[in-house]
Design a protein around this ligand. Structure first.
Ligand SMILES: NC(=O)c1ccc[n+]([C@@H]2O[C@H](COP(=O)([O-])OP(=O)(O)OC[C@H]3O[C@@H](n4cnc5c(N)ncnc54)[C@H](OP(=O)(O)O)[C@@H]3O)[C@@H](O)[C@H]2O)c1
Length: 346
């Protein structure tokens, strides 16, 4: 494939009587603006958000929307004013196409979250991106490995490092063994933190232990994982909680937290809404950080850390481009440990 080709394809979400389904369609070959690069997508990865978008739950899904936010690929053409990139560079687009650095602002989400209702996603053979909205991917990673980074890894980075200022020796409690959770585990272990991780599966917990987890808890067998986390920390509690569960886990997360600790509010795995009792949080002089993925600057800092520590993302399973629906089904089954990838190039 090259920039001289004239045809391409993408997947779009087609409205059905109930919900949406994936449909692969031919697309006109993208035309570049002066500040854009053309990327031949090598691989994409799925996030829980993509299931919510497909199901139109808590999201504003529209007919014809191109799904998925996470890709890595190779630059095959650059616009006339592009300065930072050249043909052959291996890159990944940032989740928020207009959040470059600094504080998050509301328009970053509404106008620029890839794969949402307002911004085309990356489940395509070719995509275009502003030269300011992409990052170079770490040299030690394949395109498939790098395609796992934009949402899950950047979210874990923003939470634990940019906001949380995680220090060696601190304790971190992580819920589940999905994409965000395992990046948080790998990043925290590399920083010298002590990780307690929960899962519904003993087999997954054994794999988490092999990745460096300090303690593991099966939340199906031991629903009082907050009490266990307190016991493991001699009654002190944990310094950080990666809150991925949502309404069913808020209260236990606050209970497991140390005085002065931080909850990084990220997930909605048990649904949206429901208000936790915040008095126990106040009584611990603790804080909650609302986390929304991250900026280009966060992604760049993450990549430097990944390179420094030679961290390899955990890919559970890879699918071919023609098997996109099967990849969604597999993610929905929650059998995965880490990330699910679709190889767009064979
Ligand atoms: N705020 C943000 O910017 C942001 C960014 C990324 C993701 N998220 C959110 O973060 C959550 C995780 O996303 P993801 O893409 O990493 O998901 P994922 O890869 O699909 O992870 C799913 C895993 O979560 C675990 N899980 C499910 N229910 C749980 C519960 N009640 N308690 C503990 N663990 C539970 C299960 O792990 P086991 O099989 O080990 O039990 C399941 O396999 C989602 O809610 C997603 O929407 C938010």
């Amino acid at each position: 494939m090259s920039a001289s080709q004239t045809s391409s394809s993408h997947y779009q979400l087609q409205r059905q009587p109930a919900g949406f389904q994936l449909q692969r369609v031919a697309s006109p070959f993208p035309i570049l603006a002066a500040d854009q690069v053309l990327i031949q997508v090598g691989a994409v990865s799925l996030n829980y958000r993509d299931l919510l978008i497909l199901r139109n739950v808590g999201q504003d899904t529209v007919d014809g929307q191109i799904p998925l936010s996470d890709a890595a690929g190779t630059v095959i053409a650059v616009g006339s004013q592009v300065q930072r990139w050249q043909v052959g560079d291996r890159v990944a687009p940032n989740f928020f196409a207009r959040w470059y650095q600094g504080k998050y602002q509301a328009q970053h989400y509404l106008q620029g979250a890839l794969g949402g209702a307002q911004m085309p996603g990356v489940l395509a053979e070719h995509i275009v991106a502003s030269e300011n909205a992409i990052v170079a991917i770490p040299a030690h990673l394949s395109l498939a490995q790098a395609a796992t980074l934009p949402c899950a890894a950047v979210t874990a980075w923003q939470a634990l490092f940019a906001r949380g200022q995680l220090q060696a020796g601190e304790t971190v409690l992580i819920q589940g063994t999905g994409g965000v959770a395992l990046f948080a585990l790998q990043l925290a272990v590399a920083q010298g933190a002590k990780v307690i991780i929960t899962s519904s599966s003993d087999e997954k917990l054994a794999r988490a232990k092999a990745l460096g987890a300090w303690h593991t808890i099966n939340y199906r067998q031991q629903a009082n994982w907050d009490d266990i986390a307190l016991a493991l920390t001699d009654g002190v509690g944990v310094d950080h909680v990666l809150e991925l569960g949502g309404p069913d886990t808020y209260a236990r997360s606050i209970h497991a937290l140390a005085s002065g600790g931080q909850i990084h509010q990220i997930g909605v795995l048990t649904g949206f809404g429901s208000t936790p009792n915040l008095w126990p949080l106040q009584a611990k002089n603790a804080q909650i950080n609302g986390i929304l993925v991250g900026s280009v600057a966060h992604f760049t800092a993450l990549n430097a850390f990944l390179s420094q520590h030679q961290i390899i993302p955990v890919i559970d399973r890879q699918f071919a481009y023609a098997e996109a629906s099967a990849a969604y089904d597999y993610l929905a089954s929650a059998q995965h440990f880490g990330k699910v990838v679709i190889n767009v190039q064979p």
